[in-house]
Design a protein around this ligand. Sequence first.
Ligand code: NDP
Ligand code: OXD
Length: 362
Amino acid sequence: MARPGSSPWPRRRWADRATHRQSPRPSNARPLHVHCTSAHLTLPAPSPTVPTTTTTFLYKSDPVRGRQWAGVFRERAPEIDFRIWPDIGDPAQVRFLAAWEPPQDLATRFPQLQVLFSSGAGVDQFDFAALPPALPVVRMVEPGIVQGMVEYVTHAVLGLHRDMPQYRRQQQQGEWRALPVRPASSRRVGVLGLGSLGQAVLEQLRGLGFDCAGWSRSRHDIPGVQCHAGPQELPAFLARTDVLVCLLPLTDATRGFLNKDLFAQLPAGAGLVHVGRGPHLVEADLLAALAVGQIGDAVLDVADPEPLPPSHAFWRHPRIQLTPHIASMTQPLSAAGVVIDNLRRFHAGEPMVGLVDRSRGY
Ligand code: NDP
Ligand code: OXD
């Protein structure tokens, strides 16, 4: 990891940044038409410790969003040669890559690569075995993706809490029938995964008055949330959970986690909100649990494969609400700012936010 004084990048003084911003783009640069909304951002002020022109940051994901990243880089880190795939420039200069799916030959193609950033919160799309063993991998932890997830899960939990799927079914039958209205405090919500997303979701749900619990690998202490940790505390967590939210990362340990054994430990009629990854869920087990009412209703934002084939049972199931993996999305403007902050941390030898522990897979 680069440390002050040992960096391969020549330092620039802050005054140099303004000069660089006014200089014309190099003739080989592609024109960028960025709608600049930085006035709406509350990103930290730029510091003079950003790497310099010899450093290429390559973005390999949606090019429309990439152009928004480019605008933030131009504004806040103009010393960095920001490029959007496939305009890679000199591969030997590529030190940083932000990608959803990195190229297969990443190790040989970019021999100077120093950090791989995931353009999303998950990193299960990376083949860790194909990456250089010492290459730091950083997942996306940024306020935009957190806010989107909070909105989606809150909407889903409120919908289940207020019996919206049942009213939808009644409407289709022309049935006008009121169900009891329960206070939120009597509804026990449980969140699998207490990471950046799980914790933010719980904060919102707790604010709405739900009886909240969470489960994670290691012990957490979150005010107002009953925190459970490890396999030995999973049964107690499930037994008290009326609405289960899955916000786990997909790893070897969590693949197939939402299965019949787990469903059987929930109170009968529990709701499921699944926003993790499709392979967490054993589909046949969910269908069986819905058929006998062990799961009352399910809100699924992820599937395996995506998209589901047209004949798949989930599409028309009366107790499944399906969305096409839109629970949340990385927001380019805030994400680029967070990555620039991480570059500064990397450059200063500080820990980057979202650094992945490759041995755990998340
Ligand atoms: P984090 O890495 O911040 O948190 C992961 C949490 O899961 C941690 O609390 C971790 O425990 C826990 N965990 C991991 N493995 C286990 C295990 N084997 N047993 C128990 N707990 C475990 O992830 P994020 O909160 O940022 O994101 C979570 C996931 O959400 C992503 O990986 C992605 O799959 C999904 N996602 C889905 C989106 C969508 O649109 N549907 C959008 C964005 C993300 P500990 O705290 O102890 O380490
Ligand atoms: C993510 C996602 O991981 O969108 O960011 O699923």
